[in-house]
Design a binder for this molecule. Structure first.
Ligand SMILES: [Zn+2]
Ligand SMILES: [Zn+2]
Length: 657
């Protein structure tokens, strides 16, 4: 057949295009994604940035060559935002190149809600530079340059970028496979090596803002040259950008390192060592309250509390497998009287040895050992972060030993207990993930099936939604992880419930069954808060330091207006203290307005102001820390208010099911 026939056939060939969850229609082969979307009724105003075509995210200008399911991507999708921010980083890079032609391009990825670009430049960018770059970026957006994609062979790409003096891009390209095409994106005179996809034009970026600068090593390696990084962010509207910037300010304002210092709660000092926390008196009060609550509730819930030493023979950690599999996270061992000892990275082996100290029968199970166990783990200094990532921390740890038929009930109890404890601290939104068997794992198939279905059944019988992470479990058993959402909507991983088939095997744990034979118990590791240090860091940020009254280190500060009321203030403080509340006096010869401001800064829930009138009436004048005036009340009335405020908002009993 003549060639023309094939060409014609190709030209008229139509493709079936289905809009994700919407209409279906035929379009001519070779149409672009954008044209196909318009043809099928998707309005491409300013908000469609790219599309997912049969699972791959592509430019709207990409031609279609086969039947496809097409999903338009807008700012409300993670991929849509990525395309948007990725284009923003190119706009920033173009602005930098226009103002500082000697700056060389390296890499510039989109992040979750921002982006950055690393430049090889002779000096750090100053705040005045950022202003200029931001103004130039606004101009590039105004120019509304069309963004186009161009493909090169590897050799062409190397020559192209070498000719432009972009040595870092040449180095990147040299690391790419030889036979794959290499793409670049252009807008005006600016060209960047890039996989894409990108917005169709620079004018689609709405509100654009540069945030800050930082130094960063090329390829993250400190032997390489230091590059100059600029962070920025962008949003479709000024309103969204402003809301985001306000949130960033709020995150900074609540930073636990800043608040921890301002409220004198904790410090981490270089003389002590990185990642090692000092709890100052006010932080220690809160920790004591957390621990007391934790212990009381564990005893109520049928746990036995235990204690274990901070070091143990290295052999114990060989039996547990830590020496073989966890070495890089442990401090070096130490020699004592000819044997080796190890600072503990975990509490599990100790609890196992308590289990092993007796013969156990099926009637003894379940056994639940709980401990606020302090552990030490080696983390590189570079990853340490305030209270959130430290080298010494106290886990709210527990190990449960049970029979297979008890597993589901035990997991159910742990879940209820977890939500009860977390709610008590003001966390009411949870993200729950069930992680199943990974490729590399130990344990019999029937154990995995039993444990996984027990975890799943426990989750399904509670009014909580959860997601699956197939293959995300530990090598020794499946697990459930619980993340909490804080006041700013951020998620924090805290609780974990892990089934373990490995340790009972390694330590040869057993119990005598009803049949008189030896059986292996199933072990569950669980922590609810994770570590007290990290949980405290999250609590500080969640409340911005304004802890609920039951946790506040000082619940009431009593202050005099003049020297005449000194004795009365002392008497009020004594009354509050003898009723069990944490009160203190501010008797300084300062103006009352100043004392109130200081108490507000210290986030004391109640300020009790005393003048002559209060002394005569036997009252106090009460202010809340947010500035609210609660009026005048008797000391007895104040005690009632404190009692109501510190009442647990939920029933003491954690088992609702
Ligand atoms: Zn790019
Ligand atoms: Zn454990």
């Amino acid at each position: 057949m003549p060639l023309l026939f094939f060409v014609l056939q190709e030209l008229v060939r139509s493709m079936k295009i289905t809009i994700n969850g919407g209409s279906t229609g035929d379009v001519r082969s070779g149409q672009t994604v954008g044209a196909a979307l318009s043809a099928l009724g998707v309005v491409l105003s300013h908000d469609v940035f790219a599309a997912r075509v049969n699972g791959t995210v592509v430019d709207l200008s990409r031609p279609l060559s086969e039947d496809a399911v097409v999903e338009p991507l807008r700012f409300d999708s993670a991929e849509g935002r990525e395309v948007y921010r990725h284009t923003s980083t190119h706009i920033m890079a173009q602005a930098v190149k226009e103002i500082f032609p000697s700056a060389q391009l390296t890499i510039g990825p989109a992040l979750e809600d921002s982006f950055f670009y690393d430049f090889a430049f002779e000096r750090a960018f100053a705040p005045e530079d950022l202003e200029k770059i931001e103004a130039r970026a606004a101009d590039i957006i105004r120019r509304n340059l069309t963004i186009t994609r161009r493909e090169f062979s590897k050799q062409e790409a190397i020559e192209f970028f070498r000719a432009r003096g972009e040595d870092y891009k040449v180095e990147l390209i040299q690391g790419f496979p030889d036979d794959e095409p290499i793409s670049a994106y252009m807008q005006g005179d600016f060209v960047d090596l890039c996989r894409g996809p990108h917005l169709p034009a620079t004018g689609l970026v709405g509100a654009f803002k540069l945030l800050n600068t930082a130094g960063a090593y090329w390829r993250g390696d400190e032997r390489n040259p230091m590059l100059q990084r600029i962070y920025g962010t962008s949003f479709p509207t000024k309103g969204e950008l402003d809301a985001h910037l306000a949130r960033l300010e709020e995150i900074k304002r609540r930073d636990h390192r800043k608040v921890g210092k301002e409220l004198d709660l904790i410090t981490i000092q270089d003389e002590i060592g990185p990642g090692l926390v000092l709890w100052h008196p006010k932080g220690a009060v809160i920790r004591l309250l957390i621990e007391n609550f934790w212990r009381e509730q564990h005893i109520k819930d049928g746990y036995d509390l235990v204690y274990s030493p901070h070091i143990a023979r290295l052999d114990l950690w060989k039996t547990s497998g830590h020496v073989d599999y966890y070495q890089e996270s442990m401090f070096a061992s130490m020699k004592l009287e000819g044997s080796e000892y190890q600072l503990k990275p975990m509490n599990c082996p100790y609890h196992i040895m308590i289990y092993k100290s007796h013969l156990r029968s099926y009637r003894d199970l379940p056994i639940r050992y709980g401990e606020l166990g302090t552990v030490y783990r080696y983390e590189r200094t570079g990853v340490l972060h305030g209270l959130l990532r430290v080298r010494g921390f106290t886990q709210d740890d527990a190990h449960l030993f049970c029979r297979p038929d008890q597993l589901e009930t035990e997991v159910s109890r742990v879940l209820d207990f977890t939500f009860f404890i977390l709610r008590r601290f003001g966390f009411n939104e949870f993200e729950v993930v069930l992680s199943t068997r990974p490729k590399e794992s130990v344990g019999a198939d029937e154990h995995w099936t039993l444990a996984t279905s027990a975890l799943e059944a426990a989750l399904k019988s509670r009014p909580i939604s959860f997601s699956l992470d197939p293959g995300g479990g530990a090598f020794y058993g499946p697990k459930i992880d619980v993340k909490i959402k804080d006041a700013l909507g951020r998620s924090w991983q805290c609780s974990t419930v892990q089934v373990d088939f490995n340790n009972p095997e390694r330590f040869e744990l057993s119990y005598t069954g009803e049949d008189g034979k030896a059986h292996q118990p199933i072990m569950i590791h669980r922590a609810l808060m994770g570590s007290i240090e990290r949980f405290f860091g999250i609590l500080i940020e969640h409340y911005g330091g304004a802890f609920p009254t039951w946790l506040a280190p000082v619940q009431a500060r009593v202050m005099n207006i003049t020297d005449n009321q000194r004795d009365y203030v002392a008497a009020v403080v004594a009354q509050l203290k003898s009723a069990g509340f944490r009160a203190e006096a501010d008797l300084r010869g300062e103006k009352i307005g100043f004392k109130i401001r200081e108490a507000e800064k210290a986030k004391v829930p109640f300020m009790l102001v005393v003048g002559d009138r209060e002394v005569q009436g036997g009252t106090v004048s009460v202010r809340g820390r947010s500035g609210s005036n609660l009026g005048s009340m008797t000391v007895a009335g104040m005690l009632d208010l404190l009692r109501t405020e510190t009442l647990h908002p939920q029933k003491e009993s954690q088992h609702t099911s």
